[in-house]
Design a protein around this ligand. Structure first.
Ligand code: MTE
Ligand code: MO
Length: 312
């Protein structure tokens, strides 16, 4: 079985087809054990460079009901239960995604064609919300780099902007003054090209639930959750840093980079620890937040020489 477990994250490719739920559940149990075991054996081996690992518990997949019942999707309300309650109104068929800006081959995809652009695989990623909770989800998709290579960015393209749908008829809070709509996020081109950056169509062996950003979203696992734009309709290549929704709303609180960093606090709270969804209640011991959410080995080099306190 092709499972590759690294010290700080785990990614395991599988057949391109989305697995039926029953088979998936069975395999999931096995995977959970494998993930736990390997975290244990790394500790037993006493490998260097793992400071703090002893205090971090092994990851388990977050229960489906937590992943689909506790969400941020402000287009559908600000309470964590609002997206699950309200996102049934989102219409995900037909769906188109435009890819344009500074590229040689701009294109508009029908969702079905975008889904088939590259083989999809399952990736188990941690996602850490800037508000202090986290989860571990089995996503399905392919590296965004697959798409980027096909549109051939021009030499002048330095950033990528991601736009969510903003349809006031189906998204009750679009038009409210919560944020400047549409929801926009951005990455540097090299961040967008990083193999961990996932163009995501499914989770738990199923198409994405509406509240999780159906029918296609981004997942950038080493950054705070708000960088992972839901319900994407446009991907645009630019020569300047995109003005992002949260950065515009509160520039001192939500920086453009927003890499998970336990040493750089949010102005209103510490980022040193997190609560894992599905792991008991408010009295359960918190987990240590890991640098780059545990993906430092893969992504730290993207930020070599950068002051991560200034570029928060
Ligand atoms: N369009 C859009 N995308 C969004 C958000 C949002 O409000 N609107 N919330 C973000 C935040 S703050 C987080 S933590 C994650 C949550 O993803 P999940 O609900 O699948 O856990 O989605 C991100 N993507
Ligand atoms: Mo978040």
């Amino acid at each position: 079985m092709l499972i590759h477990t690294s010290k700080s994250g785990f990614v395991h490719p599988l057949a391109s087809e989305i697995t039926p739920q029953a088979v998936w559940n069975e395999r999931r149990q096995w995977m959970g054990q494998a993930a736990t075991l390997s975290a244990g054996s790394v500790l037993a081996a006493g490998l260097p460079g793992l400071a703090g690992a002893a205090e971090s518990l092994p990851d388990k997949i977050t229960p489906f009901k937590d992943a689909t019942g506790y969400n941020n999707f402000y287009e559908f309300g600000t309470d964590k239960a609002d997206p699950a309650r309200n996102a049934h109104s989102l219409v995900t068929h037909p769906w188109r995604v435009k890819v344009d800006g500074l590229v040689k081959k701009p294109i508009e995809f029908a969702l079905e064609d975008l889904q088939k652009l590259a083989p999809q695989e399952e990736r188990v990623y941690r996602l850490r919300c800037v508000e202090g909770w986290s989860m571990v989800l089995p996503w399905q998709g392919y590296s965004l780099a697959e798409l980027i290579r096909r549109v051939e960015p021009l030499g002048s393209a330095k950033y990528v902007e991601f736009q969510s749908l903003a349809d006031p008829k189906t998204m009750p809070y679009v038009g409210s003054r919560l944020l400047d709509w549409p929801y926009v996020e951005g990455l540097r081109l090299d961040e967008a090209m990083h193999p961990l950056t996932l163009l995501t169509f499914g989770m738990y062996g199923q198409p994405l639930a509406n509240q999780n950003g159906a029918p296609v979203r981004l997942v950038v696992p080493w950054k705070y959750g708000f960088k992972s734009t839901k319900s994407l309709v446009r991907i645009r290549f630019t020569d300047h840093q995109p003005a992002t929704a949260w950065n515009k709303a509160a520039p001192d609180e939500y920086g453009f980079y927003s890499n998970v960093n336990p040493e750089v606090d949010h102005p209103r709270w510490s980022q040193a620890t997190e609560r894992r969804l599905g792991e008991g209640g408010l009295l359960t011991k918190k987990r240590k937040t890991l640098m780059f959410n545990g993906y430092a080995e893969q992504v730290a080099s993207l930020y070599a020489g950068m002051d991560l306190r200034r570029n928060f």
